[in-house]
Design a protein. Structure first.
Length: 488
């Protein structure tokens, strides 16, 4: 169905683009349609062949990570707040749809009449006291001649759909944040173990130097320099352990719990996972239908289109129908026997308002133009995120290759410098420098491996079409009455 829109789309206004995009939502867009309108390339600069499902975090084959992401999706207060905003949008859309139906109101009134006894007045007459009943029903309906009600309902529905995509975006962001924090935790755990080994090595070297100094073989400066290296290793180990505590606190905040309540799965660290195969990046135009932030921008563009149409209809006369039924008497049954029915039709329109409605129409048209620009920017940013992640992955992988080679060379240099120092051929400063460089490169290599995995998280998130909203956990409404009491 959408293929026929290609030629129209070339000259489409933002409003027309919104309609066409909505018409195409249920099926893939033709590759040339978004490319011509938004200037999208045919392919990304790089691509793999691996398939990645909706739950992309499972691609790392890390059960602890999978458990933590699921826990976060169930318990994150921030995600739950986004869910309740979706419920608000649901209610707002339902309110807007109520304009398609007549509004019916009713009233029932009972009157007791008594007179005070004074001045010798004769109160025996029935006109001086009594009981009367009256009732009425009123119905009003606006004939939607110009689509004002219809446009308002469609705008509200587009807003609801945008909020639905906002929930999806929040879920993806949460999964990416949990994944990133977990990988940093695994790296810091590895750094701590690496620093513990380095500290042990440096202390052994210090003891050997102290023995040599006692024998008059080594200089005092050598011992002092090695002590400084031991202090440096101790300082870095303390900082690594502190980083672990900070990351645990950040993870707990994402889960919506106190750090002391972290589950056991969050305290059992293992080595960083292996990088999965590069995913199939697909056709860039598919981002229009896959990424929830792009879809949200599209829904908001559509909402702006309908709000502009509603503002246009507000300037035109409205036709309303009303029906009023009333009756009454001394008993309740008299309402149905003695009644009056009024049926009226009225046309109402603004003759002069100082240009308020015209300004409102121009305002909504400007909103529509703004949202068209936001939509284009969302697509551009989506493409940029994917390209940056692809380029960055290649750069980090190359850096890891260089670091691995440098680590091997540093190991060899350290061994030879120690041997030469034992023979008195070099100064201890050479040994110290080689050791410090070797240990630093080992830590840099671990950090680079974590950065490579985090970059893959960024790529997965950039390519992800999100989760099915119906599959996301639905929080249970809390009983808030206790917080409303005056004593709380």
């Amino acid at each position: 169905m959408c293929a026929g829109f290609t030629r129209i789309f070339r000259r489409a206004t933002p409003g027309a683009c919104a309609i066409l995009l909505t018409a195409c939502v249920a099926q893939p867009l033709p590759p040339d349609l978004p490319r011509q309108v938004l200037g999208l390339p045919d392919t990304f600069s790089r691509s793999g062949s691996a398939y990645v499902g909706e739950q992309w975090w499972r691609s790392f084959d890390d059960p602890q990570l999978a458990d933590l992401v699921e826990l976060a999706l169930h318990s994150s207060p921030d995600l739950q707040a986004t869910y309740w905003r979706l419920k608000q949008a649901d209610a707002a859309a339902e309110q807007a749809r109520s304009g398609f139906w007549p509004r019916l109101t009713g009233a029932l009134e009972n009157t007791e009449q008594r007179r005070a006894s004074s001045n010798g007045f004769d109160f025996s007459g029935a006109e001086n006291e009594g009981n009367s009943w009256s009732g009425s029903l009123a119905a009003a309906y606006e004939v939607d001649l110009w689509g004002r009600v219809r446009s308002g309902a469609r705008a509200a529905e587009a807003g609801r759909l945008a909020q639905e995509e906002n929930l999806n975006t929040a879920a993806l962001t949460l999964a990416a944040e949990v994944s990133g924090i977990w990988m940093q935790l695994e790296e810091q755990w590895g750094q701590a173990r690496l620093l513990e080994g380095q500290l042990d090595t440096n202390r052994k070297t210090l003891r050997a130097l102290e023995l040599r100094f006692g024998s008059g073989v080594s200089a005092a400066a050598d011992v002092l320099q090695q002590r400084q290296l031991v202090e440096q290793s101790t300082q870095e180990l303390d900082q690594s352990r502190a980083n672990l505590e900070i990351l645990r606190a950040q993870l707990a905040a994402l889960l919506g719990i106190a750090p002391q309540m972290l589950p056991a799965v969050a305290l059992q660290y293992d080595a960083l996972p292996t990088l999965p195969a590069l995913p199939d990046t697909g056709i860039p135009a598919k981002l229009l239908l896959r990424r929830p932030d792009v879809k949200r921008a599209q829904r908001e563009l559509l909402q702006g289109h309908y709000l502009a149409r509603q503002a246009w209809a507000e300037r035109l006369p409205s036709l309303s129908l009303s029906l009023f039924f009333s009756g009454g008497g001394t008993s309740l049954s008299d309402i149905a026997e003695d009644w009056l029915l009024n049926l009226s039709a009225a046309i109402e329109g603004v003759i002069f308002d100082g240009g308020a409605l015209s300004a409102a129409k121009r305002q909504q048209q400007a909103v529509e133009q703004e949202r068209w620009s936001v939509f284009r920017n969302a697509v551009t940013q989506a493409l940029s995120e994917v390209e940056q992640a692809l380029v960055n992955e290649e750069a980090i992988a190359a850096r890891i290759g260089h670091l691995q080679e440098r680590v091997q060379l540093a190991d060899q240099i350290t061994v030879r410098q120690r041997r030469a120092y034992g023979l008195g051929a070099v100064d201890f400063l050479n040994v110290l420098s080689a050791t410090n460089n070797q240990q630093s490169l080992e830590r840099q290599l671990l950090t680079a491996r974590r950065e490579l995995l985090e970059n893959r998280v960024t790529l997965y998130r950039a390519l992800s079409g999100g989760l099915q909203v119906q599959d996301l956990p639905q929080p249970v409404a809390e009983e808030l009455e206790v917080y409303r009491s005056e004593d709380s």
